[in-house]
Design a protein around this ligand. Structure first.
Ligand code: 4AD
Ligand code: MG
Length: 443
Protein backbone atom coordinates (compact mmCIF):
# COMPACT_ATOMS: atom_id res chain seq x y z
CA UNK A 1 0.00 0.00 0.00
CA UNK A 2 2.36 2.71 -1.16
CA UNK A 3 1.17 6.24 -0.65
CA UNK A 4 1.52 8.35 -3.77
CA UNK A 5 -0.62 11.39 -3.04
CA UNK A 6 -0.30 13.89 -0.22
CA UNK A 7 -3.15 16.10 0.86
CA UNK A 8 -0.82 19.09 1.14
CA UNK A 9 0.08 18.73 -2.54
CA UNK A 10 -3.57 18.40 -3.53
CA UNK A 11 -4.40 21.58 -1.59
CA UNK A 12 -1.43 23.28 -3.27
CA UNK A 13 -3.13 22.68 -6.62
CA UNK A 14 -0.81 19.99 -7.92
CA UNK A 15 -3.55 17.54 -8.91
CA UNK A 16 -6.52 19.67 -9.97
CA UNK A 17 -9.04 17.60 -11.91
CA UNK A 18 -7.01 14.44 -11.51
CA UNK A 19 -7.99 11.01 -10.28
CA UNK A 20 -6.11 10.38 -7.00
CA UNK A 21 -5.98 7.95 -4.11
CA UNK A 22 -5.76 9.70 -0.75
CA UNK A 23 -4.83 7.83 2.41
CA UNK A 24 -5.21 9.26 5.86
CA UNK A 25 -7.30 9.52 9.01
CA UNK A 26 -10.88 10.61 9.54
CA UNK A 27 -10.71 14.00 11.21
CA UNK A 28 -14.35 15.06 11.20
CA UNK A 29 -17.58 13.77 9.66
CA UNK A 30 -21.13 14.88 8.97
CA UNK A 31 -23.87 13.87 6.56
CA UNK A 32 -27.07 12.00 5.97
CA UNK A 33 -28.21 8.67 4.69
CA UNK A 34 -27.21 9.46 1.11
CA UNK A 35 -24.34 11.93 1.25
CA UNK A 36 -21.42 11.86 3.70
CA UNK A 37 -18.64 14.42 4.23
CA UNK A 38 -15.32 13.34 5.67
CA UNK A 39 -12.54 15.76 6.49
CA UNK A 40 -9.53 13.59 5.81
CA UNK A 41 -6.20 14.34 7.49
CA UNK A 42 -2.71 13.19 6.67
CA UNK A 43 0.66 14.46 7.85
CA UNK A 44 0.55 17.25 5.28
CA UNK A 45 -2.96 18.71 5.58
CA UNK A 46 -6.73 18.34 5.55
CA UNK A 47 -9.25 17.99 2.74
CA UNK A 48 -13.00 17.61 2.57
CA UNK A 49 -14.16 14.44 0.79
CA UNK A 50 -17.70 14.00 -0.52
CA UNK A 51 -19.13 10.48 -0.61
CA UNK A 52 -22.48 9.84 -2.33
CA UNK A 53 -24.44 6.62 -1.93
CA UNK A 54 -25.56 6.64 -5.55
CA UNK A 55 -21.93 6.92 -6.74
CA UNK A 56 -20.10 4.45 -4.51
CA UNK A 57 -22.89 1.93 -3.89
CA UNK A 58 -24.44 0.77 -0.60
CA UNK A 59 -21.61 -1.40 0.68
CA UNK A 60 -18.87 1.20 0.31
CA UNK A 61 -21.11 4.03 1.50
CA UNK A 62 -22.06 2.18 4.67
CA UNK A 63 -18.47 1.18 5.38
CA UNK A 64 -17.04 4.66 4.86
CA UNK A 65 -19.82 6.52 6.65
CA UNK A 66 -19.38 4.11 9.55
CA UNK A 67 -15.70 5.02 9.95
CA UNK A 68 -15.22 6.77 13.31
CA UNK A 69 -12.95 9.71 14.11
CA UNK A 70 -9.28 8.66 13.65
CA UNK A 71 -10.08 5.53 11.66
CA UNK A 72 -7.65 5.21 8.77
CA UNK A 73 -9.13 5.13 5.29
CA UNK A 74 -8.10 5.05 1.67
CA UNK A 75 -10.27 7.02 -0.77
CA UNK A 76 -10.24 7.09 -4.57
CA UNK A 77 -11.68 10.12 -6.24
CA UNK A 78 -11.40 13.22 -8.39
CA UNK A 79 -9.88 16.48 -7.16
CA UNK A 80 -12.37 19.26 -7.55
CA UNK A 81 -11.38 22.93 -7.30
CA UNK A 82 -13.99 24.50 -5.05
CA UNK A 83 -13.60 27.97 -3.56
CA UNK A 84 -16.04 27.15 -0.75
CA UNK A 85 -14.16 24.09 0.50
CA UNK A 86 -11.53 24.66 3.22
CA UNK A 87 -8.19 24.89 1.40
CA UNK A 88 -9.93 25.40 -1.96
CA UNK A 89 -10.18 21.74 -2.99
CA UNK A 90 -12.39 18.77 -2.31
CA UNK A 91 -12.31 15.11 -3.25
CA UNK A 92 -15.33 13.69 -5.01
CA UNK A 93 -15.10 10.08 -3.91
CA UNK A 94 -15.63 7.23 -6.33
CA UNK A 95 -14.61 4.38 -4.03
CA UNK A 96 -12.57 3.48 -1.01
CA UNK A 97 -12.16 1.38 2.08
CA UNK A 98 -11.56 1.53 5.80
CA UNK A 99 -8.01 0.36 6.51
CA UNK A 100 -7.81 0.53 10.31
CA UNK A 101 -11.15 0.90 12.07
CA UNK A 102 -11.80 2.38 15.52
CA UNK A 103 -13.54 0.23 18.11
CA UNK A 104 -16.89 1.95 18.87
CA UNK A 105 -16.53 0.97 22.54
CA UNK A 106 -13.36 3.07 22.75
CA UNK A 107 -13.85 6.23 20.71
CA UNK A 108 -10.82 8.49 20.20
CA UNK A 109 -10.43 10.14 23.61
CA UNK A 110 -8.84 13.42 22.58
CA UNK A 111 -11.61 15.83 21.75
CA UNK A 112 -11.76 19.57 21.15
CA UNK A 113 -13.08 20.07 24.66
CA UNK A 114 -10.34 17.98 26.30
CA UNK A 115 -7.81 20.10 24.45
CA UNK A 116 -9.52 23.38 25.26
CA UNK A 117 -9.12 22.52 28.94
CA UNK A 118 -5.40 22.04 28.51
CA UNK A 119 -3.30 25.07 27.93
CA UNK A 120 -0.35 23.84 25.95
CA UNK A 121 -1.07 20.15 26.41
CA UNK A 122 -0.37 20.26 30.10
CA UNK A 123 -3.21 18.29 31.66
CA UNK A 124 -2.37 14.88 33.03
CA UNK A 125 -5.12 13.47 30.83
CA UNK A 126 -3.37 14.65 27.68
CA UNK A 127 0.01 13.54 29.00
CA UNK A 128 -1.42 10.09 29.79
CA UNK A 129 -2.68 9.96 26.20
CA UNK A 130 0.44 11.45 24.68
CA UNK A 131 0.68 8.62 22.14
CA UNK A 132 -2.67 9.80 20.74
CA UNK A 133 -2.14 13.52 21.36
CA UNK A 134 0.81 13.41 18.93
CA UNK A 135 -1.57 13.46 15.96
CA UNK A 136 -3.31 16.71 16.93
CA UNK A 137 -2.70 19.77 14.81
CA UNK A 138 -0.73 21.61 17.49
CA UNK A 139 1.58 18.72 18.30
CA UNK A 140 2.15 17.85 14.66
CA UNK A 141 3.15 21.45 14.03
CA UNK A 142 5.50 21.49 17.01
CA UNK A 143 7.16 18.28 15.82
CA UNK A 144 7.70 19.70 12.34
CA UNK A 145 9.31 22.82 13.82
CA UNK A 146 11.46 20.58 15.99
CA UNK A 147 12.64 18.60 12.97
CA UNK A 148 13.56 21.80 11.16
CA UNK A 149 15.55 22.99 14.18
CA UNK A 150 17.50 19.71 14.27
CA UNK A 151 18.21 20.03 10.54
CA UNK A 152 19.36 23.64 10.92
CA UNK A 153 21.82 22.65 13.66
CA UNK A 154 23.33 19.85 11.58
CA UNK A 155 23.63 22.18 8.58
CA UNK A 156 25.24 24.95 10.58
CA UNK A 157 28.06 22.73 11.85
CA UNK A 158 28.52 20.58 8.77
CA UNK A 159 28.75 23.62 6.49
CA UNK A 160 31.70 24.70 8.65
CA UNK A 161 33.37 21.27 8.47
CA UNK A 162 32.70 20.29 12.06
CA UNK A 163 32.85 16.54 12.67
CA UNK A 164 29.83 14.90 14.31
CA UNK A 165 31.14 12.93 17.26
CA UNK A 166 29.50 10.68 19.86
CA UNK A 167 30.20 10.31 23.57
CA UNK A 168 28.99 7.52 25.87
CA UNK A 169 25.71 7.88 27.78
CA UNK A 170 26.95 5.73 30.68
CA UNK A 171 29.63 7.67 32.52
CA UNK A 172 31.57 7.57 35.78
CA UNK A 173 31.27 11.18 36.92
CA UNK A 174 29.37 14.46 36.88
CA UNK A 175 29.88 17.29 34.44
CA UNK A 176 27.33 19.73 35.81
CA UNK A 177 27.39 18.88 39.52
CA UNK A 178 26.32 15.83 41.50
CA UNK A 179 22.85 16.98 42.53
CA UNK A 180 21.27 16.20 39.17
CA UNK A 181 23.05 12.91 38.45
CA UNK A 182 21.02 9.84 37.57
CA UNK A 183 22.49 6.69 39.07
CA UNK A 184 22.33 3.45 37.12
CA UNK A 185 23.19 0.03 38.59
CA UNK A 186 26.02 -1.18 36.43
CA UNK A 187 27.08 -4.80 37.04
CA UNK A 188 27.74 -4.33 40.71
CA UNK A 189 29.00 -0.79 40.36
CA UNK A 190 27.27 2.55 40.01
CA UNK A 191 27.33 4.37 36.71
CA UNK A 192 25.59 7.61 35.81
CA UNK A 193 23.65 8.87 32.82
CA UNK A 194 25.60 11.61 31.14
CA UNK A 195 24.70 15.24 31.80
CA UNK A 196 26.76 16.45 28.85
CA UNK A 197 28.96 15.22 26.00
CA UNK A 198 31.54 17.85 26.75
CA UNK A 199 34.28 16.07 28.70
CA UNK A 200 34.53 13.32 26.09
CA UNK A 201 34.58 15.89 23.31
CA UNK A 202 37.48 17.63 24.98
CA UNK A 203 39.39 14.35 24.89
CA UNK A 204 39.10 14.40 21.09
CA UNK A 205 40.37 17.95 20.62
CA UNK A 206 43.85 16.75 19.59
CA UNK A 207 42.23 14.26 17.21
CA UNK A 208 39.56 16.26 15.39
CA UNK A 209 39.73 19.91 16.55
CA UNK A 210 36.15 20.86 15.56
CA UNK A 211 33.33 18.74 16.92
CA UNK A 212 29.60 18.81 17.44
CA UNK A 213 26.85 16.49 18.49
CA UNK A 214 23.11 16.26 18.93
CA UNK A 215 22.34 13.80 21.70
CA UNK A 216 20.20 13.34 24.78
CA UNK A 217 21.54 14.54 28.12
CA UNK A 218 20.08 13.53 31.47
CA UNK A 219 19.46 15.56 34.61
CA UNK A 220 17.70 14.33 37.72
CA UNK A 221 15.73 17.57 38.08
CA UNK A 222 13.35 17.00 40.96
CA UNK A 223 11.07 19.92 40.34
CA UNK A 224 8.77 20.05 37.35
CA UNK A 225 9.19 23.41 35.67
CA UNK A 226 8.38 24.94 32.31
CA UNK A 227 12.04 24.69 31.30
CA UNK A 228 13.33 21.41 32.69
CA UNK A 229 13.16 17.87 31.41
CA UNK A 230 15.00 14.93 32.93
CA UNK A 231 15.95 13.80 29.42
CA UNK A 232 16.59 16.64 27.00
CA UNK A 233 18.21 17.00 23.59
CA UNK A 234 21.51 18.74 23.70
CA UNK A 235 23.40 20.26 20.77
CA UNK A 236 27.00 20.69 21.87
CA UNK A 237 30.13 21.93 20.13
CA UNK A 238 33.79 22.08 21.01
CA UNK A 239 36.71 23.68 19.14
CA UNK A 240 40.43 23.72 19.63
CA UNK A 241 42.56 26.89 19.43
CA UNK A 242 39.56 28.96 20.44
CA UNK A 243 38.31 31.01 23.37
CA UNK A 244 35.09 32.25 24.92
CA UNK A 245 34.52 35.01 22.34
CA UNK A 246 34.96 32.62 19.43
CA UNK A 247 32.35 30.21 20.68
CA UNK A 248 29.95 33.01 21.60
CA UNK A 249 30.11 34.05 17.96
CA UNK A 250 29.23 30.50 16.96
CA UNK A 251 26.39 30.37 19.49
CA UNK A 252 24.94 33.60 18.18
CA UNK A 253 25.34 32.55 14.54
CA UNK A 254 23.80 29.16 15.26
CA UNK A 255 20.71 30.56 16.98
CA UNK A 256 20.24 33.15 14.25
CA UNK A 257 20.52 30.50 11.59
CA UNK A 258 17.93 28.32 13.38
CA UNK A 259 15.53 31.30 13.45
CA UNK A 260 16.23 32.05 9.78
CA UNK A 261 15.69 28.44 8.73
CA UNK A 262 12.34 28.34 10.55
CA UNK A 263 11.24 31.49 8.73
CA UNK A 264 12.36 30.09 5.39
CA UNK A 265 10.92 26.60 5.80
CA UNK A 266 8.14 26.81 8.39
CA UNK A 267 6.61 30.27 8.18
CA UNK A 268 3.11 28.86 7.83
CA UNK A 269 3.51 26.57 10.83
CA UNK A 270 4.86 29.42 12.98
CA UNK A 271 1.93 31.59 11.94
CA UNK A 272 -0.53 28.80 12.74
CA UNK A 273 0.77 28.88 16.33
CA UNK A 274 0.29 32.68 16.40
CA UNK A 275 4.04 33.17 16.69
CA UNK A 276 4.91 36.77 15.90
CA UNK A 277 7.04 36.46 12.74
CA UNK A 278 8.62 39.89 13.18
CA UNK A 279 10.09 38.75 16.47
CA UNK A 280 11.52 35.62 14.90
CA UNK A 281 13.00 37.78 12.11
CA UNK A 282 14.60 39.98 14.77
CA UNK A 283 16.15 36.89 16.41
CA UNK A 284 17.57 36.00 12.97
CA UNK A 285 18.89 39.46 12.08
CA UNK A 286 19.73 41.63 15.09
CA UNK A 287 22.99 41.31 17.02
CA UNK A 288 22.86 39.80 20.49
CA UNK A 289 24.13 42.16 23.22
CA UNK A 290 26.59 41.08 25.91
CA UNK A 291 26.60 41.82 29.61
CA UNK A 292 28.97 40.78 32.38
CA UNK A 293 27.66 38.89 35.38
CA UNK A 294 28.55 41.81 37.69
CA UNK A 295 26.38 44.15 35.66
CA UNK A 296 23.51 41.66 35.86
CA UNK A 297 23.83 41.53 39.65
CA UNK A 298 23.75 45.34 39.81
CA UNK A 299 20.69 45.44 37.58
CA UNK A 300 18.91 42.84 39.70
CA UNK A 301 19.83 44.52 42.99
CA UNK A 302 18.73 47.84 41.45
CA UNK A 303 15.20 46.54 41.00
CA UNK A 304 15.10 45.07 44.48
CA UNK A 305 15.83 41.41 43.69
CA UNK A 306 17.33 39.56 46.64
CA UNK A 307 20.66 38.32 45.27
CA UNK A 308 24.30 38.42 46.27
CA UNK A 309 27.48 38.38 44.23
CA UNK A 310 28.48 34.73 43.77
CA UNK A 311 24.94 33.37 43.51
CA UNK A 312 23.99 31.51 40.37
CA UNK A 313 21.12 33.03 38.42
CA UNK A 314 18.03 30.90 38.51
CA UNK A 315 15.01 31.25 36.29
CA UNK A 316 13.27 33.95 38.34
CA UNK A 317 16.35 36.17 37.99
CA UNK A 318 16.81 35.46 34.31
CA UNK A 319 13.23 36.43 33.74
CA UNK A 320 13.84 39.88 35.25
CA UNK A 321 17.03 40.29 33.20
CA UNK A 322 15.46 39.34 29.88
CA UNK A 323 12.61 41.83 30.36
CA UNK A 324 14.79 44.65 28.97
CA UNK A 325 15.75 42.81 25.77
CA UNK A 326 13.85 41.90 22.62
CA UNK A 327 16.62 39.62 21.31
CA UNK A 328 18.73 37.01 23.13
CA UNK A 329 21.61 38.39 25.17
CA UNK A 330 24.79 36.92 26.61
CA UNK A 331 25.84 36.95 30.23
CA UNK A 332 29.59 36.45 30.66
CA UNK A 333 32.26 36.22 33.35
CA UNK A 334 30.49 34.42 36.18
CA UNK A 335 32.32 34.06 39.50
CA UNK A 336 34.43 30.91 39.52
CA UNK A 337 32.66 29.78 42.71
CA UNK A 338 29.37 29.65 40.78
CA UNK A 339 30.60 27.36 37.99
CA UNK A 340 31.94 23.76 37.62
CA UNK A 341 35.65 22.97 37.62
CA UNK A 342 36.09 22.77 33.86
CA UNK A 343 35.53 26.53 33.38
CA UNK A 344 38.78 28.41 32.85
CA UNK A 345 39.58 31.23 35.29
CA UNK A 346 40.00 34.62 33.63
CA UNK A 347 43.76 35.38 33.46
CA UNK A 348 42.92 39.10 33.97
CA UNK A 349 41.05 38.43 37.21
CA UNK A 350 40.78 34.87 38.41
CA UNK A 351 37.73 35.55 40.60
CA UNK A 352 35.86 35.08 37.33
CA UNK A 353 35.69 32.36 34.70
CA UNK A 354 35.64 32.82 30.92
CA UNK A 355 32.14 31.59 30.31
CA UNK A 356 28.79 32.60 28.91
CA UNK A 357 25.10 31.89 29.06
CA UNK A 358 22.77 32.98 26.28
CA UNK A 359 19.36 34.09 27.60
CA UNK A 360 16.36 34.07 25.29
CA UNK A 361 14.04 37.09 25.59
CA UNK A 362 10.29 37.12 26.40
CA UNK A 363 11.03 35.48 29.74
CA UNK A 364 12.35 32.22 28.25
CA UNK A 365 15.81 32.46 29.81
CA UNK A 366 18.92 30.32 29.36
CA UNK A 367 19.21 28.42 26.09
CA UNK A 368 23.01 28.10 25.87
CA UNK A 369 25.75 27.56 28.44
CA UNK A 370 29.42 27.40 27.52
CA UNK A 371 32.87 28.90 27.70
CA UNK A 372 36.58 28.37 27.65
CA UNK A 373 38.05 25.23 29.27
CA UNK A 374 40.76 24.81 31.84
CA UNK A 375 43.38 23.18 29.65
CA UNK A 376 46.64 22.84 31.58
CA UNK A 377 47.24 19.93 33.97
CA UNK A 378 48.20 22.24 36.83
CA UNK A 379 45.13 24.43 36.53
CA UNK A 380 42.65 21.55 36.16
CA UNK A 381 44.01 19.84 39.29
CA UNK A 382 43.67 23.09 41.20
CA UNK A 383 40.07 23.56 40.02
CA UNK A 384 39.05 19.96 40.78
CA UNK A 385 40.60 20.12 44.24
CA UNK A 386 39.11 23.49 45.14
CA UNK A 387 35.69 22.15 44.18
CA UNK A 388 36.25 19.19 46.50
CA UNK A 389 35.53 16.78 43.66
CA UNK A 390 37.32 13.39 43.66
CA UNK A 391 39.93 13.17 40.89
CA UNK A 392 39.36 9.53 40.12
CA UNK A 393 36.43 9.68 37.63
CA UNK A 394 38.27 12.43 35.75
CA UNK A 395 41.63 10.68 35.31
CA UNK A 396 41.16 10.49 31.54
CA UNK A 397 40.20 14.15 31.43
CA UNK A 398 43.28 15.20 33.37
CA UNK A 399 45.48 12.89 31.29
CA UNK A 400 44.51 14.57 28.01
CA UNK A 401 46.01 17.77 29.43
CA UNK A 402 49.39 16.05 29.93
CA UNK A 403 49.96 15.56 26.20
CA UNK A 404 49.87 18.72 24.17
CA UNK A 405 46.93 20.52 25.75
CA UNK A 406 45.64 23.46 23.76
CA UNK A 407 43.22 26.29 24.47
CA UNK A 408 39.72 25.21 23.56
CA UNK A 409 36.12 26.18 24.17
CA UNK A 410 32.58 25.09 23.47
CA UNK A 411 28.94 25.31 24.45
CA UNK A 412 25.73 23.34 24.86
CA UNK A 413 22.37 24.45 23.51
CA UNK A 414 19.14 23.01 24.89
CA UNK A 415 17.22 22.13 21.74
CA UNK A 416 13.88 21.57 23.47
CA UNK A 417 14.16 25.02 25.05
CA UNK A 418 14.99 26.62 21.71
CA UNK A 419 12.01 24.95 20.05
CA UNK A 420 9.72 26.06 22.90
CA UNK A 421 10.93 29.64 22.64
CA UNK A 422 10.91 29.98 18.85
CA UNK A 423 7.46 28.35 18.66
CA UNK A 424 6.27 30.76 21.36
CA UNK A 425 5.02 27.78 23.43
CA UNK A 426 4.32 27.95 27.16
CA UNK A 427 5.94 24.78 28.33
CA UNK A 428 9.00 22.73 27.34
CA UNK A 429 6.82 19.60 27.28
CA UNK A 430 5.14 20.95 24.18
CA UNK A 431 8.35 20.69 22.20
CA UNK A 432 9.13 16.97 22.56
CA UNK A 433 7.05 13.88 21.67
CA UNK A 434 7.32 12.03 24.99
CA UNK A 435 8.44 14.43 27.72
CA UNK A 436 10.21 13.00 30.74
CA UNK A 437 10.10 14.63 34.15
CA UNK A 438 10.41 13.55 37.77
CA UNK A 439 6.88 12.16 37.85
CA UNK A 440 6.56 10.65 34.42
CA UNK A 441 8.23 7.94 32.36
CA UNK A 442 5.02 6.81 30.65
CA UNK A 443 3.72 6.45 28.01
O1 4AD B 1 24.29 25.03 31.03
P1 4AD B 1 24.47 23.56 30.91
O2 4AD B 1 24.28 22.74 32.14
O3 4AD B 1 25.91 23.35 30.30
C1 4AD B 1 26.48 22.15 30.03
O4 4AD B 1 25.95 21.06 30.14
C2 4AD B 1 27.81 22.27 29.37
N1 4AD B 1 28.59 21.07 29.71
C3 4AD B 1 27.62 22.43 27.89
C4 4AD B 1 28.89 22.61 27.11
O5 4AD B 1 29.60 23.57 27.37
N2 4AD B 1 29.18 21.71 26.20
O6 4AD B 1 23.47 22.99 29.80
C5 4AD B 1 23.51 23.53 28.52
C6 4AD B 1 22.11 23.85 28.03
C7 4AD B 1 21.37 24.88 28.89
O7 4AD B 1 21.70 26.18 28.50
C8 4AD B 1 19.93 24.55 28.60
O8 4AD B 1 19.54 25.16 27.38
C9 4AD B 1 19.96 23.05 28.39
O9 4AD B 1 21.30 22.69 28.11
N3 4AD B 1 19.51 22.35 29.59
C10 4AD B 1 18.28 21.79 29.73
N4 4AD B 1 17.23 21.72 28.89
C11 4AD B 1 16.12 21.06 29.33
N5 4AD B 1 16.02 20.47 30.53
C12 4AD B 1 17.05 20.50 31.40
N6 4AD B 1 16.94 19.90 32.58
C13 4AD B 1 18.25 21.19 31.01
N7 4AD B 1 19.44 21.40 31.59
C14 4AD B 1 20.19 22.10 30.72
MG1 MG C 1 23.81 26.45 32.41
Amino acid sequence: MVKTYWIGAVQAGEHDGAEVELKGWVHRTRGSNNIWFVVLRDSTGHIQCVIKRETVGDETFDALSGALIEASVSLLGTVNVDERAPGGHELVVGGGEVVGPVNPDRPFPITESSMAEAEGGETEFLLDNRHLYLRTQRMTTMLKLRSTVFGAIHSYFRDLDFVEYQAPCFVAGAVEGGSTLFEVPYFGRTAYLTQSWQLYAEAAMPALERLYTIAPSFRAEKSRTRRHLTEFWHAEMEIAWAGNDDVMQHGEALVRSIARTLLDEREQELASLDRDLDSVARFADSPYPRMRYDEAIETLQGVGVDIEWGDDLDYSKEKVLTADFDVPHFLTHYPRIAKPFYHRPDPDDDKYVLCHDLLAPEGYGEIIGGGERTWSEEEILERIDEEGTPREPYEFYIDVRRYGGVPHAGFGLGIDRVVTWLAGADHIRESIPFPRDSRRVTP
